[in-house]
Design a protein around this ligand. Structure first.
Ligand code: KIV
Length: 264
């Protein structure tokens, strides 16, 4: 299968083929996702909560992102690697945004970046990134970096006025050149309207079945998270807990290591 890039995202939408995106934060997970046929892997700033035990994504830094982007890069052959721009890496100035996104691309090997928020706030930043040759994925609806402004992790775009604003934000992100737009935690009907109004694909998370593709935080899918809109495909938490308990029992009881684990 041909490698996926920002151009193929639009082609997948044109072909009516759903786009499967997952988050990953390390090499072995990224490798398994690539082998499974995932189209794009997002190193999300969700790494702060999913892997580092942070309360929200606001403490994630560029250095943390670089560390995880490099690991994921080594695991991918076909899937497109998209890196989240963490909090304060693009909000201060377009110049800082280009410098930071440029690091994710040139040092980390990402093929695109994602930034949260509408054109009214980040239009200049997005234009400068695109001018620097960096594909940009937009992200509207629930934008976790604006957690305090939104008053928590709440469904966005309910009611005609808010839905209208979201539809407009999506069109504006497309017109400044975003190659795809993440729609997070919005009513399924609004996501459907946005998706049909755009040429670029929408990637939904908690946004219903009619988006051009879906993204999930991989820890949630594996049974480690608690997000409502997630489907849990395997109980990794349970399996790992059992394995750790069995190991402790074996060590305490002398069953591990056995003769087969010893050198002669
Ligand atoms: O940080 C992240 O993982 C994300 C996805 C949930 C879209 O932004």
């Amino acid at each position: 299968m041909a490698p996926v890039n920002a151009t193929s995202f639009r082609e997948l939408k044109q072909k009516n083929e759903k786009i499967a995106v997952l988050t990953a934060y390390d090499y072995p997970t990224a490798m398994l996702m690539d082998e499974a046929g995932v189209d794009a892997v997002l190193v999300g700033d969700s790494v702060g909560m999913a892997v580092m035990g942070m309360e929200n994504t606001l403490g994630v830094t560029m250095d943390m992102m670089m560390h995880h982007v490099r690991m994921v890069r080594r695991g991918l052959k076909r899937a497109m690697l998209i890196a989240d721009m963490p909090y304060l890496s693009y909000q201060i100035s377009a110049e800082e945004a280009v410098r930071n996104a440029g690091r994710l691309i040139s040092e980390g090997g990402a093929q695109g970046v994602k930034i949260e928020g509408p054109v009214v706030h980040f239009g200049d930043v997005i234009r400068c990134l695109i001018k620097a040759g960096i594909p940009v994925m937009g992200h509207i609806g629930l934008t976790p970096q604006s957690l305090h402004q939104l008053g928590g992790y709440k469904v966005q775009g309910r009611g005609e006025e808010r839905a209208r604003r979201l539809r407009m934000e999506a069109l504006e992100l497309q017109s400044v050149g975003c190659f795809a737009i993440v729609l997070e935690c919005i009513p399924a009907e609004v996501a459907k309207e946005i998706t049909v109004s755009l040429a670029v694909p929408t990637i939904g998370i908690g946004a219903g079945p009619d988006c051009s593709g879906q993204v999930l935080v991989s820890n949630d899918l594996l049974g480690w998270g608690q997000t409502k809109f997630t489907k849990t495909y395997v109980d990794i938490r349970g399996a790992m807990g059992k394995a750790f308990s069995a190991y402790v029992k074996d060590v305490k009881g002398g069953a591990f290591p056995g003769a087969e684990h010893c050198f002669k």
